[in-house]
Write a protein that binds this ligand. Structure first.
Ligand code: 2RA
Length: 404
């Protein structure tokens, strides 16, 4: 199945997103990188990144066409976790039509107030009845929770559930969606549950889908450099505490990660499977195939945890059906919604966790022909905020696509 044209998808399906456009941040002017003008962004300190992100959000809001959607009762389950908090922020930033916001967590957090863009709200203990009273429910909790509760929440025309766990991702009856790529699948489906992909997959596919549309991907090899946030708030806290301890002459401890993460690189995320790949690595293979509608695409991935906080980086090599026109590759990547081309090696501009963190767009750069595959191969490097494109932003964009 050929992937939907990204531009067509965004314009006709999402309606609310940013149409193909120039990069949203200040640029160093179109710079000749490989003998032609590539749109590039400046490397900049964190504060500028936040400002750029705000402008990106504003630009997207200008296109938001949900103003006529009736206000919805929105539930977020797992609001004390890193993803749950980001979902609430994204709902506010994108002006999702929230009539009432219900914050669900465990009994331990019930009754505690939480500041949200919709005012201060008290956290409630999750109950089936309260969840079923919502129009849309975001689940930012475990796969076990989703397996138990999704069928009960959605039965008999219950609310739409957008699940961040892996519980239903490989269920043929559940759409697995990156809205810029396959929103149509969710819109056509009668399923009441839509699965949000694993962060590693979602970030990679923002670049791979447009390249596939242009050149046809035949094979894909990836290595990842994944941030601590992939293990949620506890993962980030363990990294921060470990770094602080080492900086003051102490020792890091590891309870969340298999080994100590500060000053380390761990080629092990999720459990090992019988074929010696990890489950995290296989998620990339299985989910890429499902989202891109390419059930036989060979995808081999090595997933590695590194001591960064919240943006995953991924080095990707593709072999293609058609020869690579490098100028066209830059054009395609520079004009795809949700992607920001950062490739000006003469000025040391390329994707990095430090610039990709808190940004809605996925950064792509280091784009070059691959020596091994010659004319039919391309290397690239992507970096995306694991909590946003990898989770919260993607989930909210799914809801927008369903209600727009
Ligand atoms: C990780 N991809 O980085 C996982 C989280 N979903 O650990």
């Amino acid at each position: 199945m050929r992937i939907l044209s990204l531009a067509a998808c965004v314009l006709s399906v999402q309606g609310f997103s940013v149409a193909p456009r120039a990069p949203v941040v200040a640029t160093t002017a179109a710079t000749s990188v490989h003998g032609y003008a590539a749109a590039v962004s400046t490397a900049r300190p964190q504060q500028s990144v936040v400002a750029a992100t705000a402008s990106s959000v504003r630009a997207q809001l200008e296109k938001l066409q949900m103003a006529d959607t009736k206000p919805l009762t929105v539930g977020v389950v797992g609001v004390t976790g890193a993803v749950g908090k980001e979902i609430i922020d994204v709902l506010g930033n994108r002006k999702f039509p929230v009539g009432e916001l219900k914050l669900f967590a465990s009994a331990r957090s019930a009754g505690k107030p939480m500041d949200t863009p919709f005012g201060s709200k008290d956290i409630e203990e999750f109950t089936l009845e309260a969840a079923r009273a919502c129009d849309v429910v975001f689940l930012a909790v475990s796969g076990d929770f989703a397996l138990e509760w999704v069928p009960k929440i959605t039965e008999n025309d219950g609310p739409l559930v957008i699940d961040n766990s892996s519980a239903f991702r490989y269920d043929d009856n559940v759409p697995l969606v990156v809205p810029e790529i396959n929103a149509e699948v969710a819109k056509k489906s009668k399923a009441k549950c839509i699965a949000n992909p694993n962060c590693t997959t979602a970030i990679a596919l923002m670049a791979l889908a447009p390249l596939h549309n242009e050149f046809g991907i035949k094979r894909c090899i990836m290595s990842t450099y994944q941030a601590a946030s992939g293990a949620g708030q506890p993962g980030m806290e363990e990294l921060e505490k470990g770094c602080a301890a080492i900086a003051t002459g102490g020792e890091a401890v590891n309870e969340v990660f298999v080994h100590k993460l500060p000053f380390n690189v761990i080629p092990h995320i999720d459990k090992f499977l019988d074929d010696q790949y990890t489950k995290e690595e296989r998620k990339v293979t299985w989910e890429t195939r499902k989202i891109m509608g390419l059930p036989d695409l060979p995808v081999s991935c090595t997933c590695v945890r590194i001591p960064t906080l919240r943006a995953h980086a991924e080095s990707i090599t593709i072999e293609t059906e058609k020869p690579i026109d490098i100028k066209r590759a830059f054009e395609v990547l520079g004009n795809s919604p949700g992607l920001q081309l950062m490739d000006d090696v003469a000025n040391n501009v390329y994707p990095m966790p430090m610039t990709a963190s808190t940004k809605y767009d996925v950064e792509v750069g280091r784009v070059r022909k691959n020596d091994v595959f010659g004319d039919y191969g391309l290397d690239l490097f992507v970096c995306g905020d694991q909590l946003l494109r990898g989770a919260a932003l993607n989930a909210v964009l799914i809801a927008e696509a369903m209600y727009a």
